[in-house]
Design a binder for this molecule. Sequence first.
Ligand code: AMP
Ligand code: MG
Length: 349
Amino acid sequence: MRHLPRVSSTSIISASDENYKDAVAAAVDMLRAGEVVALPTETVYGLAGNVFDPAAVAKIFAVKERPSFDPLIVHVARREDLPRVAIVPEDIQPTVEKLLNAFWPGPLTLILPKHPDVPDLVTSGLDTVAVRQSASKIFRAIGKELGEPLAAPSANRFGRISPTSAYAVQQELDDRIPLIVDGGACAEGLESTIIQITAGEKRPTITILRPGPVTKEMLQNFGKVERPKRPHDGSAPSAPGMLPSHYAPRTPLLLIEDWEEFRPEPGKKYGLLSYTGEPGKGYVSRYRWSIVEALSPGNGKLPEAALRLFHLLRKLDNAGLDYIVAEPVSEVGLGVAVMDRLRRAAAVH
Ligand code: AMP
Ligand code: MG
């Protein structure tokens, strides 16, 4: 019989090939018992609980210290499970079908009318629900074995940096949860793109509520793509939970979009989050930084920058600095999602 250590602190179980079945079984046992567990996805690590178990959902909010007005994303292990949590309106059905064919399983979350069985706590009382199917094999294996969809927001304390490794989850939630399934580093490193679809006379409109790995450019074949007004000025969030301050390190982060804005205080330690880390490029050679970390060393590639963003923010946050300075990246493709996260991380809290 498998034996799990007592829940005095958090256990970490590896999802390596030899251990895969044990990892699935351990997570499913916990989920069946109404517990919440941290699981790898291709975006960031998620804190998962059975969506139809209101006590488990309440635990997700409690463990994360997440306010109840910030709704959760629901993950279906199989596409056939979508009707268990959401209702697809007829007028957008063909578009939904095309988007799911193109991007599921993967980092695209759809906002759809909610199925009445989904507890109100999951959706913060909204009549819509956010749904996706993760591309992570282990995540889906656990969902399939459990036989229920999972509510799973990122496995960090509210407002903090999203975890992209089991170690980062441990830093965030140690002693608060019984189990972390270690599936290695996340492949995307940024949270899913969240969209809402509305039918149009000729083409549907796709509104990007949160930019992510599925970019505007990738969605343009499926409809007219729009972004709601950005809430970085402290005004009301454009979508519930999309607060201006989020993903924040404890060390103040300065996103310096124009070098002239940089006014260092004497005697303070500044670290640079650079795009390429190359001397002569960006801000690398413009100041005596205590430390420089490169999002994508060498030529600079946005997918690599996205993948390393949260890892490096966390690293700089632990480096004993007074300030972290971030260079802007160009806002095309994945750069839109990277800049969205940097702006929120830099927003005054
Ligand atoms: P995460 O923290 O990655 O689980 O993402 C959850 C985010 O999805 C929330 O903060 C909201 O911004 C968004 N979201 C979830 N449900 C809805 C919904 N019904 N309508 C609009 N946005 C939603
Ligand atoms: Mg989150």
